[in-house]
Design a protein around this ligand. Sequence first.
Ligand code: AMP
Length: 431
Amino acid sequence: MAIQRPKGTQDHLPSGSPKLSLDTRAAAFEYVRDTARRVLERAGAQRIDTPLFEEAELVKRGVGGSTDIVRKEMFTVYYFGDHGGYVLRPEGTAGIVRAYLQGGWKQLPAPLKVWLHGPMFRAENVQKGRLRQFHQVDYEVFGSTDPLVDAEAIALLVEVVRELGLKQVKVKLGSIGDPEDREAYNAYLRELFTPHLERLSDDSKDRLTRNPMRILDSKSEGDQQLIAELGVRPMLEFLGEDAAAHFAQVQRYLTDWGVPYDLDPSIVRGLDYYRRTAWELHHEGVGAKSALCGGGRYDGLAEQLGGQAVPGIGWAFGIERLLLAMEADGVELPVSSGPQLYLVALDEENVPLAAKTALEARAYARAEFAYRAMKPGSAFKDAERRRAVWVGLIGSDEAAQGTVSLKHMETGEQKVVPVGELAAFLQKSDD
Ligand code: AMP
């Protein structure tokens, strides 16, 4: 059998491929990226890129040593048999904050908005919507703790998914407060769970000492049952005065702008550097457990990476999961047509002339040509398969007179046009 692609990866296929679904269609990825680009760049975000692999230490500190990602899902990069200490990036934020610090972006006007898209890698248990190579769109803002920035980030996310035609989406919004609020909450959780230690999963036993908040995020059913039984109080009840005022302000802006959200006290971000606003975007068609997007404020991260402190906030959505949601919502992509002009020679000696005419026509139109001669009947069939708007035939008469015999594939309109007037003709017929 021919070599297969690695488990948990997908090819992005040309339109019309057999076995095509929205989340494997290359044009669909382009459509999502273009839509995100339009919305984010309109709001002043600049497109950036960072390497696909980074120092393992960066990811460990940036994502958190106690997370599943760092403990179980990292792809280590080896080269020449040597262990390089690098890993494939599992998410975008750590690399972007590193680039901020390394590139001296602090000197740029704040708040600084950037965005990125590209592949991310996690050695996950593969299932629907959970891949080992997936693709994210990432939006990050640096240099401001203003609640306006938080609200704008959420509003932009909602605008992207709305422009993509998604309907059944919900923003679940929470706040995890300031570090001292979280400390108080963790102390409360420790006291609450310690008497039930033996009922917790092994992972959660470990979390109880390292980071009790992450127990609430546990994927274990037993843990979730215990959480429900104990009637755990939400983090929101532990917010200090400043964090509570900040959160109230974020909500006020969202309400004022008509951005819908639901308060969700179960949103937790267990890592030290997360502060205040945190949210997820959910969709009914993709299932309650898998968020389309996660976002939050991470004012302590730059320091955690050994740099100067700078407040930051951001979100990332997985393009594949978004496409699954679009499929569930029955969203159809705008159909891109084939070439505006498809030139076919009627005899072998005129194939180079058809090619040359097409090459020249590319200055003003999407133009293709047939690489072999065809009879008119086959030329029309071929043009139809390629969804051409106009087919242009070049036989010995046309070659002698410097013309092309055009036929509109939909209306059947026919016209003989001198090559020199092709541009004007196509433009006129486009209007
Ligand atoms: P996270 O960094 O885990 O908050 O993930 C942010 C978003 O990336 C999620 O909401 C998903 O849309 C997407 N995502 C994360 N992990 C995967 C995966 N293994 N496969 C596909 N999409 C993913």
